[in-house]
Design a protein around this ligand. Structure first.
Ligand SMILES: NC(=O)C1=CN([C@@H]2O[C@H](COP(=O)(O)OP(=O)(O)OC[C@H]3O[C@@H](n4cnc5c(N)ncnc54)[C@H](O)[C@@H]3O)[C@@H](O)[C@H]2O)[C@@H](O)CC1
Ligand SMILES: Nc1ncnc2c1ncn2[C@@H]1O[C@H](COP(=O)(O)OP(=O)(O)O)[C@@H](O)[C@H]1O
Ligand SMILES: [K+]
Length: 498
């Protein structure tokens, strides 16, 4: 599903209004949807609506009137003087026939549910003073909260907490989710997210042209590689994974096994001679070749090889950088992870220039935050004006590669401006070697000819699903072993027979 920035959402509203649906109609649809969600969350007991001065507050007034008409016991707290409300919000407040209470936290009481309609997309500065006191008091009350559009205080574009934010039980948003619903910390403040149809036609999307999406199969199913009936292992492609020295071979083996499990037809570990026996003893379906130098590596991948995974356990320095250069020179699809990235920390532009020299290059960089800041030091910090999404998008543009920044909200960005945010990764994926498996899974799709952006998105999503499938207590080795179950669930979801 597409994600809309707050500006893009405002544009969707404008286009819908221009096409003949009055803005107040949209607000009424929102208010009714909020009332439905409130009834689901609290079947009985009093409901308190806390409204702000903008249209988010207007949604709150519509919901309050709707719930009262259904016989619910509703009260409303308003952040400002009722007489100062404007436009649709003022119209909505007129429809509320009850009392309006002032912004005093002692009036919260102990309702069954609080509807948070303080701020939505219009939040444009840090929350201070009265609204902050109110938000803190709502959070401290222990009462379940239904947030309208966004938990108040969460920035819809970045997911940042602007001073203070409502910790919602559930959030109802409209038409399409916003990046702030998926990016941390915003996602953690939303509780369960409901996306409601309020009568905005999907046709407006082609006029808006959103570039950001949620990372799930809807985004990449057309690119997902399926084995052909008349195929053989070479049609599924050959991946080469570079091994580290004798003390650091496990990471490459994890990547190699993941590449094979992920669907590569053949996988070879390129191993230093001193580690050959260790690798050979530990591998079965994955092949091993003795490779000590970048020249030997170039020779190996110059043959029938589609993609290379370089970095896991590879060692930091000129040697690994030389293998990366060989991979780029051979025009193979590449996953550059871990040490392959850090090996360019002293001169990242050298790497980017090499990547950009071939506009057709299919290269995925897979840093975690530490590696990311080594390559993109000026993009290492999140700020009010620079979300994780902005940082990764800028990194992709600068490097000429698809960049994936790991975490609970892994972002994949393409130099052409597309970006995807994943929200399916469970926290127990944060375990040694998990990233090596991710590199292998991305390599699996690249090997089968999937373009870098889709390959990265597919790998991230499958990795998250594998984490859920293996469950708490998993170690990296488990991720590769649950891949058949992940494939089966995906095939079922896409309606592909097997
Ligand atoms: N036609 C539309 O545009 C629709 C808008 N809808 C609702 O309208 C919301 C957006 O409405 P608005 O643009 O009026 O914005 P909001 O209602 O989110 O808030 C804007 C108001 O809050 C003030 N404000 C912003 N940050 C503040 C802070 N930190 N401290 C104190 N005051 C602050 C602004 O000055 C402005 O007065 C959406 O989130 C959605 O809930 C829906 O009703 C659907 C239709
Ligand atoms: N809190 C978290 N929730 C979900 N996934 C996480 C979390 N922390 C890390 N991950 C995922 O775990 C993997 C860790 O990769 P990485 O840091 O490279 O580890 P390693 O180098 O040990 O393989 C990444 O895919 C990352 O997105
Ligand atoms: K809100």
């Amino acid at each position: 599903m597409e994600l809309l920035t707050t500006d893009e959402m405002a544009r969707a509203d404008e286009l819908t209004i221009a096409d003949g649906t009055p803005g107040f109609e949209l607000m009424r649809a929102v208010g009714r949807a909020v009332a439905d969600a409130a009834n689901d969350l609290a079947e009985e007991g009093p409901i308190l609506v806390v409204a702000g001065r903008g249209n988010n507050g207007g949604d709150g007034f519509v919901a309050a009137a709707e719930l009262a008409a259904q016989g619910r016991d509703v009260s409303v707290i308003l952040l400002c003087d009722r007489a100062t409300l404007k436009g649709d919000a003022a119209l909505a407040a007129k429809g509320w026939k009850g009392e309006v209470l002032p912004c005093d936290p002692s009036l919260i009481g102990s309702p069954a549910l609080i509807i948070d309609a303080l701020f939505g997309a219009g939040l444009d500065r840090p929350v201070k003073g009265d609204p902050k006191v109110m938000i803190d008091a709502i959070n401290a009350s222990g009462v379940p909260v239904l947030a309208v559009d966004l938990p108040s205080g969460i920035n819809g574009n970045s997911g940042a907490v602007m001073g203070a934010a409502i910790l919602a039980t559930e959030t109802v948003t409209f038409f399409r989710p916003k990046p702030g619903h998926l990016l941390l910390p915003g996602r953690s403040y939303c509780g369960k997210l409901r996306v409601i149809d309020i009568g905005i036609n999907d046709g407006v999307l082609s006029r808006i042209g959103p570039k950001t999406a949620e990372n799930n199969p809807d985004l990449w199913q057309d690119a997902f590689p399926l084995p052909r009936v008349d195929g053989h292992k070479f049609t599924r492609g050959h991946a080469v994974v570079l091994s580290g020295d004798i003390a650091a071979t496990g990471a490459a083996r994890l990547s190699a096994r993941a590449a094979l499990r992920g669907g590569a037809g053949l996988v070879t570990v390129a191993s230093p001679r001193d580690a050959l026996a260790v690798n050979a003893a530990a591998l079965t379906a994955v092949m091993v070749r003795p490779i000590d130098t970048a020249e030997e590596f170039a020779g190996l991948i110059g043959g029938k090889v589609n993609a290379c995974i370089i970095g896991p356990g590879a060692g930091i320095g000129a040697r690994t950088a030389g293998f990366v250069k060989a991979g780029l020179a051979a025009k193979r699809s590449l996953v550059l992870d871990a040490d392959a990235l850090t090996s360019f920390a002293d001169a990242p532009d050298r790497l980017f220039d090499l990547i950009k020299a071939d506009p057709e290059a299919e290269v995925v960089l897979t840093p975690h935050e530490g590696e990311f800041s080594r390559l993109f030091s000026d993009l290492s910090e999140e700020s009010e004006t620079q979300s994780k999404l902005d940082r990764v998008a800028a990194a992709a543009k600068r490097s000429g590669a698809v960049v994936l920044l790991k975490g609970p909200d892994t972002v994949v960005a393409s130099p052409d401006g597309r970006a995807a945010i994943a929200s399916n990764a469970p926290p127990w994926l944060a375990t040694a070697g998990s990233g090596d498996v991710l590199a292998g899974l991305i390599g699996a799709s690249l090997t089968q000819g999937v373009p870098a952006y889709e390959a990265a998105c597919i790998g991230v999503w499958m990795h998250g699903e594998a984490g859920s499938e293996a469950g708490p207590g998993l170690i990296a080795e488990d991720l590769t072993e649950v891949m058949p179950a992940v494939f089966r669930r995906l095939y079922d979801r896409l309606g592909i027979p097997y």
